[in-house]
Design a protein around this ligand. Structure first.
Ligand code: PLP
Length: 239
């Protein structure tokens, strides 16, 4: 089946937007990683995106990731997990994903560490921050970050590579921008500290509707779905 959405064109448009946003603040677009948020899109479409130059895919649901991975959807790209992760599904991701972006508790970090240890590997992760302070949202409160980074010094099978955030959907453009700015400050403050098993390399923020603002506030990893694949059609919830 031919896709109606012109993925190749869309990828070029997104790259263009990234370049403009980076240049506008004196940054090089090369320092910004584009992660294609592939949720709800078939293996066929994911493969098409990779053919169009996408080098990192981000998936939200474990079951969907495992299924598409079995079908070879991500061949030629790195694979990130960007959705909410339950501890009992850690086994299915560790050693499979290059980066788990959405670690939102110490317990989850410990579970990933122990699984990676059992496999004799080291798992790269990001810590997800609940930057809007929403009660219903995933992510740790930023006041808890120091405690997690200190604890990570004893978790030698995880490597914390930075921070991730999703601002509140309901927020205005300026509230959104303020969230990104707070993330930037948190990232800078913690980059200056030195912890074992921690290296603040990635600040993952910005989606289809707001990645220009995120880049202006220092994001170096944007997660873009609908601007690449078109409007999502959600299947019935399975997991
Ligand atoms: C779906 C998703 C995105 C991409 O959202 P778009 O608005 O479609 O670009 C980014 N990050 C996460 C965590 C997502 O779940």
């Amino acid at each position: 089946m031919m896709s109606q959405v012109k993925i190749e064109e869309n990828v070029a448009l997104v790259r263009n937007r990234i370049e403009k946003a980076a240049r506008a603040v004196g940054r090089s677009p090369d320092e910004i990683t584009l992660v294609a948020a592939t949720k709800t899109n078939s293996s066929h479409l994911v493969a098409e995106a990779i053919k169009a130059g996408i080098s990192v895919c981000g998936e939200n649901r474990v079951q969907e990731l495992v299924e598409k991975n079995t079908q070879g959807a991500y061949i030629g790209a790195s694979l990130h997990f960007i959705g909410h992760l339950q501890k009992n599904k850690v086994k299915q991701l560790v050693g499979v994903c290059d980066l788990i972006q959405s670690v939102d508790s110490l317990e989850l970090l410990e579970a990933i560490d122990s699984r990676a240890k059992a496999l004799g590997r080291r798992q790269d992760v990001l810590i997800e921050i609940n930057i809007g302070g929403e009660a219903s949202k995933s992510g740790i409160d930023k006041s808890e970050l120091t405690k997690i980074l200190e604890k990570a010094e004893n978790l030698s099978s995880v490597f914390i590579r930075g921070l991730m955030a999703i601002p509140p959907i309901s927020g205005s453009e300026s509230e959104n921008r303020a969230c990104f700015a707070r993330m930037r400050q948190l990232f800078i403050d913690n980059s200056a500290k030195k912890y074992d098993n921690v290296s603040m390399d990635f600040l993952s923020m910005g989606m289809s509707g707001d990645f220009e603002d995120a880049i202006a506030e220092g994001s170096n990893m944007v997660r873009v779905g609908s601007a690449i694949f078109g409007v999502r059609v959600y299947p019935p919830k399975a997991d």
